[in-house]
Design a protein around this ligand. Structure first.
Ligand code: SF4
Length: 304
């Protein structure tokens, strides 16, 4: 039996949104679910973007949540997440989404879709994702297409009449956990301090509490002079890592990494490939590129 449920693992980022657009183009939206996990630390604009995406597609958000934040998971597991190992992603995202799938979208009826972006680095993640999602079939329609930079993907979102999440505009490569992802490197943490200092201070405070509990642990590591040692956020701040010149460098480096232009805007316009006359294409022709689509009247569907 072929799958008639199409469950997009929607992260609130541009990759998973454009994936949902492609799924809608291929299969319509009647059997589509936009499944998103709430980590309780997302940037508030992620939810604005998600609701705009939901309204554009005419598909309500299905929100699942563990109920904890990444910090609470680290306390409970007596382990501080870092760039090598981050239990928060499994506990707060993978497990709630999988539990919803098991109950509502069994593998013989459903296909999962993941928003892997069309570049070599992201495509390398596909085999592990396929393994992790067994026994479901997983598809990656965006990655199947031609290579595109982050700036080009952002331009596609704007072309559809939707304002991208503000973290991209601020120079972050991803729109997850409010820019304070424990898997990010020093560069992103410096950038967070420069752009969203309150959020950095909160992470710094939480890390200090965990260090009091667990000892000399840290999210980041210092690898200078041939040795590796913990680098707490407090020490990164104390290094004067956000001198004005460094802020400028950090912004431009992040922008380069995410292929966003120097103003945070895409370098050139590009449009997603849509079937002429399709329901999605007709929505684009009536959408204004400078305003957000009308919000859905009802609140998103709540998951478990
Ligand atoms: S985005 Fe980062 S901090 Fe958030 S759950 Fe995933 S690994 Fe953890």
């Amino acid at each position: 039996m072929s799958a008639n449920q199409h469950v997009v693992q929607f992260s609130g980022g541009v990759g998973s949104f454009l994936t949902a657009v492609q799924v809608a183009e291929r299969h319509g939206t009647a059997g589509m679910t936009l499944l998103i996990a709430d980590t309780r630390v997302e940037d508030e604009d992620l939810w604005r973007f998600s609701e705009d995406a939901s309204a554009f597609l005419g598909v309500p958000l299905t929100i699942v949540r563990d109920g904890r934040t990444p910090w609470q998971v680290f306390y409970d597991q007596r382990f501080l997440g870092n760039d090598r190992l981050a239990p928060c992603t499994k506990v707060l995202k993978q497990q709630p989404c999988r539990a919803w799938m098991e109950t509502n979208a069994p593998p013989d009826r459903a296909t999962a879709y993941v928003g892997i972006e069309p570049n070599m680095h992201d495509r390398n993640r596909i085999p592990a994702i396929v393994r992790n999602w067994q026994p479901w079939t997983v598809e990656f329609p965006l990655a199947d297409g031609p290579d595109a930079t982050k700036g080009e993907l952002l331009a596609q979102v704007r072309h559809l009449g939707i304002r991208p999440p503000r973290l991209y505009e601020l120079g972050f490569a991803h729109n997850n956990c409010g820019g304070a992802c424990v898997r990010a490197g020093q560069r992103q943490w410096k950038h967070l301090l420069a752009t969203l200092p309150d959020r950095y201070a909160h992470a710094e405070h939480e890390e200090e509490k965990l260090r009091a509990l667990l000892g000399d642990v840290s999210i980041l590591r210092d690898r200078r002079r041939g040795t590796t040692r913990p680098l707490p956020l407090r020490s990164l701040r104390a290094r004067g890592a956000v001198a004005v010149s460094t802020q400028r460098d950090s912004r431009s480096e992040l922008s380069a990494r995410s292929d966003i232009g120097c103003s945070g805007l895409p370098c050139r316009r590009s449009a997603p490939s849509l079937k002429p006359g399709s329901a999605i294409a007709s929505r684009v022709s009536t959408a204004s590129p400078t305003s957000s689509p009308k919000r859905p009247k009802s609140r998103p569907t709540k998951g478990r």
